[in-house]
Design a protein. Structure first.
Length: 206
């Protein structure tokens, strides 16, 4: 991570990670998703999060079922987090088929839903990398596996009689995504070059 990571986060509009987010991010990227408690606590030091705060977060996460204490002072992801880890693994592996011009379309069939239910569904669709065309209608190119959604939702696959580039711009802010990707690429390349050269200044002080 570049030494000026705080400035990078500010430009991206990213808020500092909480102790819980640090623990989850670390374990979600670990194979297997299990680490000793001291290792998780030490991650907080890289982000100016104190040991006491990290230990409190770990304790609360165990109580909430997000973590499981497996003995030997180690912790692993609980069952509630394993689906999220699977999605991240699939995304990192980049298993995408050649796009044939077809789209996945998810349509909510329920006539009335409460605000909490709508928010939950919107969050789930975002996790599935779907874009909202209009309330209760979500799309994405069908070059990935079928989005698995529950409830009263119809999911279909097929061509759409509309310019795909225009449709994609309707679903996502592609210019902003591209700009963010370019900026992150520059930051990642600078950090990688520094690490290869054994330049420890590319890492924040712990």
């Amino acid at each position: 991570m570049p030494a000026d990571w705080r400035e990078t986060a500010r430009r991206l509009g990213v808020r500092p990670l909480s102790a819980r987010s640090l623990v989850l991010s670390t374990l979600l990227g670990s194979h297997p998703p299990r680490l000793p408690g001291p290792a998780l606590v030490s991650v907080g030091g890289l982000f100016d999060v104190g040991p006491g705060t990290m230990r409190t977060a770990i304790s609360r996460m165990v109580g909430d079922g997000e973590l499981i204490a497996v003995g030997g002072g180690q912790f692993e992801l609980g069952a509630a987090m394993l689906d999220r880890r699977q999605r991240l693994d699939v995304g990192r592996e980049g298993r995408h088929e050649p796009w044939t011009g077809e789209w996945w379309t998810a349509i909510v069939l329920a006539e009335r839903r409460g605000l909490a239910e709508r928010r939950l569904f919107r969050a789930e669709m975002t996790k599935r990398l779907m874009g909202e065309l209009r309330p209760d209608v979500w799309l994405r190119p069908a070059n990935v596996e079928r989005p698995v959604v529950g409830g009263d939702v119809l999911v279909v696959r097929g061509a759409i009689d509309r310019d795909p580039a225009e449709l994609a711009h309707t679903l996502w802010d592609l210019d902003e995504l591209a700009a963010t990707a370019r900026m992150l690429s520059v930051e990642a390349e600078a950090a990688t070059a520094g690490l290869v050269a054994e330049d420890r200044t590319v890492l924040p002080e712990s």
